[in-house]
Design a protein around this ligand. Sequence first.
Ligand code: RET
Length: 281
Amino acid sequence: MIEPATAELPTVAQTVLELQTQGDALTEIQNNDLLYSSFWANIALAGVAILLFVYMGRDVEDSRAKLIWVATLLVPLVSISSYIGLASGLTVGFLEMPSGHALAGEGQILSPWGRYLTWTFSTPAILAALGLLAGTDFTKLFTAITMDIAMCITGLAAALTNSSVLYRWLFYGVSCAFFLAVVYVLLFEWPDDARAAGTDEIFGTLKNLTVVLWFGYPVLWALGSEGLAILSVGATSWGYSGLDILAKYVFAFLLLRWIANNQSVVASNQPVIGGRSPTDD
Ligand code: RET
C-alpha cells in the first residue's frame, strides 16, 4: 500500500542529491580556475606558514609567550584544514537563490559555506592571541571571542538561508552587529590594556591591520555572490583568499616575530584568567 509513495521518494530525493554530491562540487570547482586557484593558493601558503611558524617559535620558553604562539599557530592549522575542505568539495554546496536575489532563477549556485564555519575556529584564535598580547582580563577576552563566534555563525546562516532574500540580509545585519562588538573591544578596550602591559606598539600595528582587513569581509559578502552578486563566485572567493592571506599570515608573522624577540615583555604580565593584578593598576 505504501509502496507507490516510497517508490516515488527516491526519485525526488535523487534528483536533488544528484545536483549536490561532493563529486559534482569538485568537478565544478576544478572547472573554475579562479575558484580552484583561490583555494590552492591558501593551502600552499598555510603549509609554508605552519613550517615557518613552528621554526620561529623554537626558542619560545615562557609559558605566556608559548600560549600566544600556540594561538597564532592555530590560525594556519585551521586554515589548511578549511581550504582542503573547500577544494575537495566537502564544505561546498549548491543553493537555489530566493527571488529578489540577483542570481535567483539561475539554478544551483555554488556556496563555499565551509569558510564561514571554519572562521568560527580561526578568528577566535586570532582574538585570543591579540587579547593575550594586550594582557586583557578574562571578561573582555570572553566578550570578544563569543561575539566573534556569533558573528561567524550568523554569517553562515546568512549564506545558507534561501527561503527569502530578506532573511539572508537580516542574518547579515545581526552578524554585523556582533562584528561591531568585536571592533569595539579591539578599538576601545584592549589598547589601554596593551599600554599597561607595555605591548602597545606591536598591539597597535596588529589592531589596525585586523580592524581594516576584517571590515573587508562584510563588504565583500555584500558585493559578492552571496549578497548583491556584483562579483562572480570565483572573484568573491579570491577576495576572501586575499584578505585571508593578509589577515592571517601577515598578521601571524608579525606577531610571532615580535613574540620571539620580546618574550620577557609578555612574560611579565599576569595571566588572563583571574583578572588583572594589582600591579596593572
Ligand atoms: C561575514 C558576513 C556577515 C557580516 C560580517 C561578516 C564578517 C566576517 C569576518 C571574517 C573574518 C575572517 C577572518 C578569517 C581568518 O581566518 C560573515 C562575512 C560582519 C570579519 C579574519
